[in-house]
Ligand binder design. Structure first.
Ligand code: MN
Ligand code: MN
Length: 474
């Protein structure tokens, strides 16, 4: 018997299942389609404007201050809402509800960081008549995707005298860009082609091409490096040593774009997880008079395991809960914080893998996410054997099903991929640590973690609806 003849029933069931899956576009009316387009235009702008975790924080603070949110650090009462920041990269938002916060919050957590290249503390050098910058990987990126493409720099430099300098290069119309060079195919046999993919692109070869004009000083030892340092000094007033106290990120240059002959998709950098951030903020600001008080946290450092003082491994959630309790007139004691968190419900809002028709074999058909079919709800992530997963309990899944179905949210129950293909995780388990009921939920993306991630406009809109439904839930 041939292998495929053993399981005809399973195949038939899967085909049957596939036919039932209608996409969002087929289930919304003209007026809703217009809303999809309006939201998509705003989302593209957000992606283009917020390419680092600092820029995400700043952009959100602009919007929340317009909405009357106040800084909770001062212990003020927040009638409309409040925010608590940490180091300009981690941001928590609070909106009061009708109910006592000791009975728990409706919490959405997302992350503002994305895979990228950072500049090393000592990064400037010259070789073969060119000025170059040494980079450092941040997060799980496929290195070859970063070669031979236009790149921009978004940075922040803290000087010894206390001044801060924002560095931005390669994004304004007419700006030159930077790039990382690749070897020509004529000569790549030994250094790339005959190697395993994981060995063919060593991180230490991701050097950014920065300049090729030397300083006009024939006696200078490093004419190209000196010319590059002079540019840093003239343009931003920073010296080579100042780069040691800088956070300079190399990101894909250019705007987010519409994709497809029908303009139905959006392509751009950093949609993991700024798509969730964008829609969660929309949901938060548009949920008027919620029953339960609301929290939104935009974590940093998710892509490197949530480590660090601005990541989800920190105790920020407890400080935010305490600040929110204080703002709501409750005693922010340790016990009250624990009580409020243990009664909290959360969406871990993170993007999910869409089935790529070109790489179908890594997905389990029955549990896979399809682009344009609404946000995924992922009961558990982790690796094979649910290792490292925070699994949502059956009762909480029933609650999510009920509120989404009642509000006519179009959503999909999915898992990341087949059990032994790889794996991944989110910050969900770090919320679960506090006793929070939490489940992962977010729209499916194609080309996730690449410089040009793809989403469906319809999923952006439906994700905002899902998150608003969650925030409004009693
Ligand atoms: Mn993510
Ligand atoms: Mn990610």
């Amino acid at each position: 018997m041939k292998e495929e003849e053993k399981t005809p029933d399973v195949t038939a069931e899967k085909d049957d299942q596939k036919e039932k899956r209608k996409c969002v576009w087929e289930q919304i009316n003209e007026a809703e389609r217009a809303e999809v387009e309006t939201l998509a235009a705003e989302y593209k702008e957000f992606l283009t404007k917020a390419k680092t975790e600092r820029a995400v924080s700043q952009t959100i603070l602009e919007k929340t201050s317009q909405a009357g949110y106040v800084d909770l650090a001062g212990g003020s009462s927040a009638k409309k809402g409040g925010w608590l920041g940490h180091h300009g990269k981690l941001l928590g938002l609070f909106a009061p509800g009708h109910d006592d916060p000791l009975n728990g919050f409706n919490l959405i957590v997302a992350h503002g960081d994305a895979p990228r290249l950072d500049l090393k503390p000592k990064c400037v050098y010259e070789d073969m008549g060119l000025g170059l910058l040494k980079s450092n990987l941040y997060g799980g990126l496929k290195k070859f995707q970063w070669l031979a493409r236009p790149l921009a720099i978004w940075g922040f430099c803290a000087l010894k005298d206390g001044r801060h300098v924002d560095i931005r290069f390669g994004e304004e119309p007419g700006d030159p860009v930077l790039t990382i060079t690749d070897i020509l195919p004529h000569l790549d046999r030994k250094v790339q082609r005959d190697k395993r993919l994981s060995d063919a692109f060593p991180a230490e070869r991701l050097n950014v091409l920065a300049n090729s004009l030397p300083v006009d000083d024939k006696k200078a030892k490093t004419r190209f490096k000196s010319a590059l340092l002079k540019i840093f000094e003239d343009r931003w007033g920073i010296k080579e040593d100042d780069l040691i106290s800088s956070e300079i990120e190399i990101v894909p240059a250019g705007s987010a774009l519409e994709v497809g002959f029908d303009r139905s998709m959006i392509g751009g950098y950093g949609q993991d997880d700024r798509l969730s951030v964008f829609t969660a903020l929309k949901a938060l600001l548009s949920t008027k008079k919620p029953k339960r008080p609301l929290l939104l946290i935009i974590f940093d450092r998710e892509e490197i395991g949530s480590f660090g003082s601005t990541g989800a491994e920190s105790n920020f959630i407890m400080r935010l809960a305490a600040a929110a309790l204080g703002a709501a007139g409750k005693e922010p004691s340790w016990l009250n914080v624990q009580k409020a968190l243990a009664a909290t419900r959360a969406l871990s809002a993170d993007v999910e893998a869409s089935v790529d028709p070109t790489f179908k074999e890594v997905h389990d058909d029955l549990n896979s996410g399809l682009l344009g079919h609404g946000p995924c709800v992922v009961r558990y992530t982790g690796g094979a054997g649910k290792y490292g997963a925070s699994e949502a309990g059956a009762e909480y899944m029933a609650f999510i099903r009920r509120i989404f179905d009642e509000a006519k949210v179009i959503w999909q129950s999915t898992l990341l991929g087949k059990q032994e293909e790889g794996g991944g995780g989110t910050v969900a388990h770090l919320m679960a640590y506090h006793g929070i009921n939490v489940v992962d939920s977010g729209p499916p993306l194609l080309s996730m973690h690449s410089p040009f991630e793809i989403c469906s406009k319809s999923d952006v809109w439906m994700n905002a609806k899902a998150q608003k439904t969650f925030y409004a839930s009693a």
